[in-house]
Write a protein that binds this ligand. Structure first.
Ligand code: PLP
Length: 366
């Protein structure tokens, strides 16, 4: 009997019997655009983060673009960012017409190194964009200090990090502005969608205008005056209904990612040629995937594939893309991380037998 494949990602959906009646109700309610379901989903998600003001969006990228616009990022400005991420993190900076300045990453975690960020600050720096890579919180103490010293905004891309914690608080539960993505394969999906958690509730009206053509929807549509360029970035009732159904299950999903991650932290600790990606004691990752640093990582990837286990580097380091060529600079920490990093399955679909199988396959060597 051949063993089943263990994928690196799976789409998590609430049970059919729970989701379909709610979805059907919204679909035939006559109100599929932005309305009551969106409002309820925002309320529920904000409460889940510990009572945070939030704004929903049609995608994480839309949310991030809006976060940058709310920070005032525009042409001529610089945003310090990481190349070790998915392309949307950095595309959003370019959507604003701003320049990307790469800072280097910790070679063990792939997360931005605050010392390198501090060295990249200039008079033109408007913001720092940090990604909690793979669900591992970056050094928020260090990065917040650098941002405060420079007087620039720290924007968090938590697309990988739903449910992760820093010093006991959920990522997005503190900090100025944090983006979440509900794209298909994230911890939680609404098919597509995104959210911003914002510390200052007075900034919500601006975010609401930017996500809807610059229009203040509280005002009468015929007398409202539009004085800024806005976008069509809002969430709709259909995807919000999916989000509401997902919220009934998200704690269990995250708990299984986290349980697997902690189990791998122990089970993979003593294997020659490989170390688990470490995390500081006050960081509690939510392990979107699990990262190992391996000698000859391509050989390990092949050996795992032969055992029916998917693994990958997942994201091409963004500084290799021609579209970002003008930001090119030496990044020795990233070179080291990129050479050795391999991501293995860690999510809710990895049961006890599957994780034993993954560790056994790694132990056999590569
Ligand atoms: C998924 C992702 C995004 C973008 O989210 P979308 O919802 O797909 O627009 C941004 N940053 C990172 C790191 C991501 O993985």
């Amino acid at each position: 009997m051949t063993e089943p494949q263990i994928p690196l990602f799976r789409v998590s959906m609430p049970p059919r019997g729970e989701l379909m009646p709610r979805l059907e109700q919204v679909l035939y309610s006559g109100m599929v655009g932005e309305g009551e379901e969106v409002r309820k989903f925002e309320q529920r998600f904000g409460d889940w983060l510990g009572g945070r003001p939030v704004l929903s969006f049609s995608s994480g990228t839309a949310a991030l673009h809006t976060a940058l616009m709310m920070t005032g990022v525009g042409p001529g400005d610089q945003v310090i960012s990481t190349a070790m991420t998915a392309e949307p993190s950095n595309m959003a900076i370019r959507h604003c017409g701003a320049e990307i300045v790469w800072a280097d990453v910790d070679p063990m975690t792939g997360n931005l190194d605050p010392t390198s960020v501090a060295a990249a600050i200039s008079a033109r720096t408007k913001a720092i964009l940090v990604v909690h890579y793979g669900g591992h919180p970056a050094d928020l103490d260090g990065l917040r200090r650098v941002a405060a010293d420079a007087g620039v905004m720290l924007i968090e891309d938590a697309a990988h990090a739903l449910g992760a914690r820093w010093r006991g608080l959920p990522i997005g539960g503190s900090g100025a502005i944090t983006m979440f993505s509900f794209q298909a394969i994230k911890h939680m999906t609404t098919i597509d969608g995104g959210m911003l958690a914002i510390d200052d509730p007075e900034r919500l009206p601006e975010g609401r205008r930017l996500r809807w053509f610059g229009i203040d929807r509280q005002q009468d549509r015929l007398s409202v005056e539009v004085s800024e360029v806005g976008y069509k970035y809002h969430m709709n009732n259909v995807t919000a209904a999916i989000g509401l159904a997902q919220m009934d299950h998200i704690d269990g999903v995250i708990a299984r990612h986290t349980d697997n991650g902690r189990w791998f932290d122990r089970a993979l600790a003593q294997i020659p040629g490989l170390v688990p990606s470490p995390h500081p004691p006050h960081a509690e990752p939510s392990y979107w995937f699990y990262t190992v640093l391996a000698e000859r990582s391509a050989d390990l990837q092949r050996a795992l594939a032969e055992a029916g286990i998917a693994s990958s580097k997942i994201h091409r380091r963004n500084d290799l893309h021609p579209v970002f060529a003008s930001s090119k600079r030496p990044l020795p920490g990233l070179d080291r991380f990129w050479e050795r990093a391999l991501h293995i399955p860690c999510g809710w679909w990895v049961d006890d037998a599957a994780r034993e199988r993954i560790v056994a396959a790694i132990r056999r060597g590569w």
